[in-house]
Design a protein around this ligand. Structure first.
Ligand SMILES: [Zn+2]
Length: 58
C-alpha cells in the first residue's frame, strides 16, 4: 500500500480541496401537475413518473 513520504502542506491540501464543492440539487418540473420534483424520481405530489402513475394517492 502506498505510504506518504511527506506531509502535505496546508497550502497543497487546501488547493486540492478547491475542487470539492456543493452542487445544487437537480430540480425539474412535473409535466403532470407542474410541481417541482427531483430528476429521475416520481413526483411527490401526484405520483406520476414517465407519464405513468407509480404511486397511489388517496
Ligand atoms: Zn406531479
Amino acid at each position: 500500500m502506498a505510504v506518504p513520504k511527506h506531509r502535505i502542506s496546508k497550502s497543497r491540501r487546501d488547493k486540492r480541496r478547491t475542487h470539492y464543492k456543493l452542487t445544487a440539487p437537480h430540480v425539474a418540473t412535473c409535466p403532470q401537475c407542474g410541481e417541482a420534483k427531483m430528476q429521475h424520481r416520481a413526483c411527490p405530489e401526484c405520483g406520476v413518473y414517465n407519464g405513468r402513475n407509480v404511486i397511489e394517492k388517496e
